[in-house]
Design a protein. Structure first.
Lengths: 252, 419
């Protein structure tokens, strides 16, 4: 399940479905669960992932060559959700693959597979709102993004439509570069909390144990994604899981 | 004037972008909506185009070629005579006026054939702005002369090496830059695609083309043309040439897409005709995209880098669905033939992109009567295509020259210690 407001920091990590291969995904996810990761995004690879930096762009490109797709994501979800009940699985995708699959059918199948939430970066709040009754009925939480340049009235609108948690984009830009967690960031978090009781998941630039320590006490979830995918790419899934374990133990 | 319904044209258009880009798009939209009905703003734009880009561009009758083909009278709208050599500068000069009003100091752009990048580099130099141009690595190889000039003009040209390394990837990369730089940077989108308000905004500036066609045809033909033909990549030159005639059904509007080498996946860029494109949402907007069943955008091919694009303007997708614009396509071979024919019969060197309009327009003109008139929008000039044309018509002489020139330039570099 999603954490409650002000729970201790939990780690969310990532799988790009088909990267490095569909078989490896299952092993990698088991490794992450073992390491103590509480939430895992299953990313549907996409040909044009505009909110992602090069690590995830290249992972998507590889994943597509190795059978990554919406269907493969749903199939994987079904297996890993059953196998790792302690982990909350979240579907992450750009809109087009879901749109082509058929949104209504996708929501039903994702919920049936055990998916608890959805992150779709190019799906604006106005387009999500009409789907809320259906998503609520299925227990599928749309996790919407707030960014540092989002105006206060829009933060209000986004937090109202969001379910499960709010994805706080830590800084301007795309995934995969570092972030500074200073006073400005604290003010940003404080401002968002004024509008919502939902837990905050902070992503973009969470790459080290120092980043996690900095977020501890500020947010409920840290999205540790691009760095993990780089470990997976460079060292394989086993070593990547070990590194994740070390980092989680360091902040415990 | 082309007006969206809250960003949509029928079912197409919209604004599907990461939240981070939203404030910049609404800022741009507010500014644009405040200016577009102001005749003084339009006049400021027209004057700038006249003073800087040589507008109005002529409407040239092709007397010899029309006679040779034996059908309708063919006229060319000479967008190739713009400064920078293509219609792209119209939109860029217009957006330059907006950048000045927003007070931003940096611009970014995506480019396929390099004409939009070149136009942006020119505008940036003129206004003293910093410019970064994203271009697919594949397109850099195909259009190196434009890359050369963009760099000389002081722009930073960044080669994009993801995916198929063409226009689609360049657009993705420009969006990524913008996500980081949006507060200080304006994204000069080059075609009537992307998130609202770009399709509407780009069409607004490009409509200067059809305003002129309307006036010039009245003066030169004594009436409106029977058909207007334009090539369609993203669609900005076509919308520009069509805009003033949308409410005039007696003027047929024909868009020519890049038929490439065949209708097999990955060998063409045909989205409107032949039911090859399917509705999708990507790159910030909803339109007909070439894509597979999983919603992954497909690979495209065209001899012309500027038409090698996977989506199409939502305005054209809508007009084509409504039957107002008739989509057709021309193959790479038909295009090189039309290119050659225009050059040898009329002494005009067209861009390969525009030569698609020629191929489609010539074909139609042949079926028409001599008292009818066809206007083909010659969106750009062909100088930039010297390497591509040399490849289409291989000659030993050219290859030998390149070898000598490469040797000279290597020697020069060694002497000057350049790198």
């Amino acid at each position: 399940m999603f954490p409650a407001q002000y729970d201790d920091l939990q780690i969310m990590s990532h799988a790009v479905v088909g990267f490095p291969s569909l078989e490896e995904n299952e092993k990698a996810i088991a490794g992450l669960a073992e390491a103590g990761v509480k939430l895992i995004e299953l990313q549907v690879p996409f040909s044009d992932p505009v909110a992602d930096g090069h690590t995830l762009v290249n992972a998507c490109y590889e994943a597509l060559k190795h059978g990554g797709s919406v269907q493969a994501t749903l199939d994987l979800a079904q297996r890993v959700c059953a196998r790792h009940p302690e982990v909350t699985f979240i579907l992450m995708s750009y809109l087009n693959p879901l749109y082509r699959f058929g949104l209504e059918e996708l929501f039903k199948q994702a919920a049936a597979a055990g998916i608890k939430g959805m992150i779709v970066p190019d799906w604006p709040v106005e387009e999500i709102e009409p789907w809320l009754p259906q998503l609520d009925a299925l227990g599928l939480a749309p996790i919407l993004m707030v960014t540092p340049n989002t105006a206060p009235d829009r933060v209000k609108k986004i937090t109202r439509a969001s379910r499960g948690m709010i994805y706080v984009v830590s800084r301007m830009g795309v995934t995969g570069h570092e972030t500074h967690w200073g006073e400005k960031f604290q003010n940003y978090i404080t401002e968002i909390r004024k509008h919502t009781d939902l837990p905050l998941a902070v992503g973009f630039g969470v790459r080290t144990a120092d980043d996690l320590n900095a977020l501890s006490g500020k947010a409920e979830v840290a999205a540790f994604c691009s760095q993990y995918i780089e470990w997976q790419r460079d060292d394989g899934s086993d070593v990547a899981a070990d590194k994740m374990k070390t980092i989680i133990e360091a902040i415990a | 004037m082309i007006r969206s319904d809250n960003g949509y044209f029928g079912e197409f258009g919209g604004r599907f972008v990461p939240e981070i880009l939203l404030p910049a798009l609404t800022e741009l939209e507010d500014l644009f909506f405040g200016l577009r009905d102001d005749p003084e703003f339009w006049q400021e734009f027209v004057t700038l185009c006249q003073e800087f880009s040589g507008r109005p561009t002529p409407l040239t009758p092709l007397r010899r070629l029309s006679k040779q083909l034996g059908g309708a009278q063919i006229w060319l709208k000479r967008e190739d005579l713009n400064h920078s050599g293509a219609h792209k500068i119209n939109n860029v000069l217009g957006q330059g006026l907006l950048v000045q009003r927003m007070g931003k100091q940096r611009v970014i752009a995506e480019t396929g054939a390099g004409q939009h990048g070149l136009a942006t580099a020119i505008m940036a130099a003129r206004l003293g702005l910093e410019a970064t141009i994203y271009m697919g690595a594949e397109d850099i190889e195909r259009q190196y002369s434009n890359v050369f000039w963009m760099r000389q003009l002081g722009s930073d040209v960044v080669g994009v090496t993801t995916g198929a390394q063409t226009l689609k990837e360049a657009l993705d990369e420009a969006l990524r830059d913008w996500a980081a730089s949006v507060e200080t940077t304006h994204y000069v989108l080059g075609t009537a695609c992307g998130p609202a308000p770009f399709p509407e905004l780009v069409s607004y500036f490009q409509s200067i083309i059809s305003d002129e066609i309307k006036e010039q045809s009245q003066r030169q033909m004594g009436r409106l043309p029977d058909e207007i033909v334009a090539c369609v990549g993203g669609g900005s030159n076509a919308i520009g040439a069509f805009a003033a005639f949308l409410e005039t059904p007696e003027v047929a509007l024909i868009g020519i897409e890049a038929g490439g080498t065949s209708f097999e996946d990955g060998q063409h860029s045909v989205r409107l005709s032949h039911n090859t494109g399917e509705t999708g949402i990507a790159q910030g907007y909803k339109t007909l995209f070439l894509q597979n069943d999983d919603g992954q955008l497909g690979d495209t091919h065209s001899i012309a880098a500027g038409l090698d694009y996977v989506g199409v303007s939502p305005i054209l997708a809508y007009l084509s669905q409504q039957g107002r614009v008739i989509p057709e396509s021309a193959t790479d071979d038909e295009v090189t033939e039309a290119f050659s024919l225009l050059m040898k019969t009329e002494g005009i060197i067209p861009a390969l992109e525009s030569a698609h309009g020629l191929a489609g327009g010539f074909k139609r003109a042949k079926q028409m009567r001599p008292e009818q008139n066809v206007v083909i929008n010659l969106s750009g000039r062909g100088d930039k295509d010297i390497f591509n044309i040399a490849r289409a018509f291989p000659q030993r002489e050219w290859t030998e020259f390149l070898q000598r020139e490469a040797a000279r330039s290597t020697e020069l570099l060694a002497q000057k210690g350049g790198h």
